[in-house]
Design a protein around this ligand. Structure first.
Ligand code: NDP
Length: 420
């Protein structure tokens, strides 16, 4: 991000202001931390830590997901919240940036344990959020089930029942249709724009490697299959499931059953070729035309990026947030031809449709799935245009999206009188 912004600091008219605005934005407006006591199925009490980073409200209420994963700490949430500011700016919606979560590990926990944890988490968090203040959503370890339990507790605590205070809710009580699909579908729509515009080609028949097997990976895979691409991999933190001729519809159904219903590991699936202790970025003999990292941060290091380049990979589209390490990014930048689209643009469809869920809730109505898909497609086209315009004649798409997001927030800071 900083590398893309730095040239703006030499602007003869606004350079000093941009520098001040950037420094202003590096400090979260507010950060809360709280304990989350909960009881397991054996009656034993545990205490985890919860956080909410309210990073910037320049463009609107704080907006960003909640992550439940044992690696969560305040540093990780700060980098995610910082990125979220500029991603949300690119959606074109009036959304500020935030992020939150807990170091709670949901893996292997029963439904009752998850519910008790979510209720305790919301008992603390509800003091800080509100439909016009801060609107959390899901992220790693937080899907529709967890959002449901947290919203249930919010309703009990506040007696507010139609609020767009959480997004990613079930359509039974205000959730927008297509939200589960939005991040993965949006990342593929973004890839389509870039491939058609820059390479005059399509995804049809191409070998696409997807990492992760959670929400983003599942629906990126679905849309890639719909568009005739060959999905050659998915993964989890234990290993990689490879489909050398592309995942079939039956394989995809098995994946969904395993991950959404049974909540089991990829190693238990009977389809594909399971390679333990590998990710798609470490399997030497896997053909990859396009990479869709959709698992977590820092999953593609310089070796992974070099392997992709040696295979002739033509595009990296980040479904996850910051999946490529700084060293991996350098490798991609050295290869001028590769299309590299950072998460703040490629995965903006998720928060974009969450923003639409807030509008839907404010209007006390429901929108058809087809209507939401059209809006998502328009939004991704808009993000691509901003990124291309931001890049100008000589810049990369990476520089373009970082600059476009930053400039929008910087100008808001000026007009609000917060930086002068
Ligand atoms: P899920 O929890 O649904 O899935 C996460 C997937 O990534 C799982 O397959 C998980 O495997 C894998 N994973 C997690 N940590 C690691 C790790 N350290 N090493 C290898 N694999 C790992 O999360 P989402 O799909 O929602 O999120 C994935 C990424 O997309 C995250 O970076 C998130 O911030 C980003 N994102 C998500 C959005 C959304 O709408 N959900 C919106 C925008 C971005 P395992 O089960 O073994 O842990």
């Amino acid at each position: 991000m900083a590398l893309s912004i730095e040239p703006l600091f030499s602007d003869p008219v606004n350079g000093d202001f941009y520098k001040k605005a950037f420094l202003f934005l590096t400090e979260p407006e507010r950060m809360v931390s709280f304990h989350v006591p909960w009881e397991d199925d054996n009656g034993e009490q545990h205490v985890n830590r919860g956080w909410r980073v309210e990073f910037s409200s320049a463009l609107g209420p704080y907006k960003g997901g909640l992550r439940f994963h044992p690696t969560v700490n305040d540093g990780i949430l700060k980098f995610l919240g910082f990125e979220q500011i500029f991603k949300n700016a690119l959606t074109g919606l009036p959304l500020g940036g935030g992020k939150g979560g807990s170091d709670f590990d949901p893996k292997g926990r029963s439904d009752g344990e998850i519910r008790r944890f979510c209720e305790s988490f919301m008992t603390q968090l509800n003091r800080y959020i509100g439909a016009s203040t801060d609107i959390p959503a899901g992220d790693i370890g937080v899907g529709g089930r967890e959002i449901g339990y947290m919203y249930g507790q919010y309703k009990r605590l506040t007696n507010l029942h139609g609020e767009g205070v959480l997004t990613g809710k079930s359509p039974l009580f205000g959730g927008i249709k297509l939200r589960p699909e939005a991040t993965g579908f949006g990342a593929v729509y973004m890839a389509q724009h870039a491939i058609e515009d820059k390479l005059k080609s399509t995804l049809q028949g191409s070998h696409c490697a997807v990492s992760g097997s959670g929400n983003v990976a599942q629906y990126a895979s679905r849309m890639l299959i719909n568009l005739g691409a060959k999905v050659v991999s998915v993964s989890d933190s234990n290993g990689c499931l490879v489909f050398r001729d592309g995942m079939t519809n039956d394989d995809w159904d098995q994946l969904i059953e395993a991950k959404q219903v049974k909540r089991t590991r990829l190693s238990s699936l009977s389809c594909g070729e399971y390679i333990p202790s590998h990710s798609p970025w470490t399997v030497d003999d896997l053909s990859i035309d396009y990479a869709f990292p959709c698992a977590t941060q820092n999953e593609i290091d310089s070796d992974g990026a070099s392997l992709l380049m040696s295979k002739g990979c033509k595009g990296v589209f980040e479904g996850a947030n910051l999946p490529v390490t700084a060293q991996g990014q350098e490798v991609l930048r050295e290869n001028q031809k590769v299309l590299y689209i950072p998460g703040k643009a490629a995965n903006a469809g998720g928060v974009g449709v969450s923003g639409l869920e807030m509008s839907q809730n404010a209007g006390k109505t429901y929108w058809a799935k087809e209507k939401v898909d059209v809006m998502l497609k328009d939004m991704m086209a808009g993000v691509y245009k901003q990124m291309k315009d931001g890049a100008g004649e000589d810049g990369s798409l990476e520089e373009g999206c970082n600059r476009a997001g930053f400039l929008k927030v910087a100008h808001a800071l000026k007009e609000l009188g917060w930086v002068y």
